[in-house]
Design a protein around this ligand. Structure first.
Ligand SMILES: Nc1ncnc2c1ncn2[C@@H]1O[C@H](COP(=O)(O)OP(=O)(O)OP(=O)(O)O)[C@@H](O)[C@H]1O
Ligand SMILES: [Mg+2]
Length: 571
């Protein structure tokens, strides 16, 4: 049997291990079902054991002198790390992480793991690379190859089933992790990926975004307990955890409710933290951090002597690229949608596994992942057409290539005072105009009387069965509605194919079809219903010009109502 070469992303904040299974790269869920393992090591002096991962991270507050994080920053340096009374080299600390990953992975897969590919940042020098190999050897492993992180990420995208061909050979990898940021421009020549430029900041990452929220929380708490020296290590670590949770929450929702009891105590009385953070507000707090990454992107382009339009693909790597503010900045700079946003924190490990597969001569299939192939969103009135008074703006809620299941929410605003309702029209596609996208279904959401520009939150939860569970919430009015839409059987691969190529399933049609399957329904009603469904379906996919969709929809809804009433009469 061919030996499997495992791929390891030894990250500053998190590490992960992946392998190929039936030609597909798979990150292994090794710690409580999670593939990401915090790169934290702690020494339990009483038991004289080394603890790695989440349990070690949980000890940071209580045992700061026995616990170490971000060891990657010290690789290649001769500075010993003290854990309690013992000393370790950075390589030894890293080897503990590697041993933990490999041990857990062998438990999950049932394989003995000997050979590995380990990734390092493109900017790592010789000493840092050698130290990484040494860490592998200390863990009893054979390091088959050291691969640059951006190269590994690019490799994954090579094998993705939905990859888009571009004529440009230049790829930009934008990697914002927990503690470091780097941007790399690669030139692809067949199988070979050459690094043209690599810029970055080894002291900029998601943690800095958390710190901005910590400052915000501190301000709130100081008002409640002025002058209290409450910022001991435990409180600070607690606040940082709350900040990270808030930041992650804001990637998917426009508001985040922080509600934490007893962050610290004053005279034995607990002080609580309650506040709502708006995504907008957070984005303002971190605007300068995002701009610092933008500057590095400009530096890298200059170093590679390229213009933004020369770049064929932009790959997002690192968990912190899930923040919409980062994606928006790149979208603006490169004047195009940034669609590669899947599994940003695992794709380096997946790429390392793919590299391992290539070394051992494994045939690589597509790296199939459960992603939504089209963006999903709703119709909004961003720019009003002066002739019709209507708007036709496709506002995306879940971007294409997002791993499913997923859940995202956006906030919208009403137009008028006491607006009676909003119509939620769900579309699927990539065009800016809804008319060019595929309608999935629509429904009305009655509003309670409220001022103009009052917020309505639209929340999409998309599951693996192809159902979107939509929750609409008139914020502050205890007015909510939930609707489930079925978007299965879509066949559209990209915008070029006309919407008529796809079958539209919407909730009205589904309801009608269910009624048609009812044996008790009289033939006359069935015929009417059938005719209307067909006409409506054709109108939706735009097969005939000049169809009055709204009129047809009303007729169909009336027929559905008739049929339902009839069924009730029939018992
Ligand atoms: N949904 C999310 N929204 C915003 N930030 C997120 C999200 N998920 C994870 N992060 C952030 O991503 C960071 C960790 O990213 P990742 O695991 O890629 O880091 P890493 O590879 O270990 O770090 P580095 O690249 O510095 O070596 C953390 O700051 C975490 O809070
Ligand atoms: Mg990383």
């Amino acid at each position: 049997m061919r030996e499997i070469i495992f791929g390891i992303d030894l990250g500053t904040t998190n590490s992960s291990i992946a392998c190929l299974k039936d030609g597909k790269a798979e990150a292994l869920p090794i710690e409580a079902g999670q593939a990401l393992v915090p790169s934290v090591v702690s020494l339990d002096e009483a038991a004289n054991t080394i603890i790695v991962g989440r349990p070690a991270r949980n000890r940071l507050a209580a045992f700061p002198n026995h616990t170490v994080r971000s060891i990657k920053r010290q690789m290649g340096q001769n500075t010993p790390v003290r854990l309690g009374a013992q000393q370790f080299s950075p390589e030894e600390i890293s080897s503990f992480i590697l041993k933990h990953l490999v041990f857990q992975a062998s438990q999950v897969t049932g394989h003995q793991i000997k050979q590995v590919v380990i990734t390092v940042p493109a900017y790592f020098n010789d000493a840092q690379r050698r130290a990484t190999i040494q860490a592998g050897e200390l863990a009893g492993l054979e390091v088959t190859r050291i691969v640059n992180e951006p190269t590994a990420a690019a490799l994954v995208y090579d094998y993705l089933s939905f990859q888009q061909e571009t004529s440009s050979p230049y790829i930009m990898v934008y990697d914002l992790g927990g503690g470091t940021f780097d941007v790399t421009i690669l030139e692809v020549k067949g199988e070979i990926k050459e690094v043209l430029a690599s810029c970055g900041d080894t002291a900029l990452g998601g943690d800095d975004f958390d710190e901005r929220l910590v400052d915000l929380f501190r301000e709130q708490l100081s008002n409640k307990a002025p002058g209290v020296p409450w910022l001991d290590t435990a409180a600070r670590i607690r606040l940082r955890d709350i900040a990270e949770k808030t930041k992650i929450g804001l990637s998917d929702q426009p508001f985040y409710q922080v509600s934490e009891a007893a962050v610290f105590s004053v005279a034995r009385k607990p002080v609580n933290l309650h506040l709502e953070v708006k995504r907008r507000e957070f984005e303002e707090l971190v605007a300068d951090l995002v701009e610092r990454t933008a500057e590095k992107v400009r530096d890298a382009l200059e170093e590679a002597r390229l213009q933004p339009e020369d770049i064929g693909k932009i790959l997002l790597v690192g968990g912190a690229t899930r923040m919409p503010v980062v994606q928006d900045m790149l979208k603006e700079m490169f004047d195009r949608p940034i669609c590669h946003s899947l599994d940003p924190d695992l794709c380096v490990a997946l790429g390392a596994a793919a590299q391992g597969g290539l070394i051992s001569g494994e045939p690589l299939g597509h790296i199939l992942l459960d992603v939504n192939a089209h963006s999903l969103g709703i119709r909004t009135i961003d720019e009003i057409d002066p002739e019709t008074g209507e708007g036709d703006w496709f506002s995306i809620i879940i971007r294409r290539n997002t791993r499913i299941p997923t859940r995202k929410a956006e906030v919208y605003f009403t137009l008028r005072k006491d607006q009676p309702a909003v119509n939620i029209e769900v579309y699927q596609g990539e065009a800016a105009s809804c008319l060019e996208n595929v309608p999935v279904g629509s429904f009305d959401f009655p509003l309670k009387p409220a001022p103009a520009l009052s917020p309505v939150i639209v929340d999409f939860a998309y599951d693996k069965e192809g159902l979107i569970h939509i929750t609409v919430d008139q914020k502050g009015y205890q007015n909510q509605k939930e609707v489930t839409l079925d978007i299965r059987q879509k066949k559209i691969i990209n915008q070029e194919i006309s919407p008529s190529a796809g079958k539209v399933v919407n909730y009205i049609i589904e309801k009608a079809r269910n009624l048609l399957a009812e044996a008790r329904l009289p033939g006359g009603l069935k015929n009417d219903l059938n005719r209307l469904v067909e006409a409506y379906e054709q109108a939706l996919v735009g097969e005939e010009e000049g169809q009055d969709i709204d009129g047809l929809e009303d007729e169909l809804l009336a027929a559905i109502e008739d049929a339902e009433e009839r069924l009730i009469e029939l018992g």
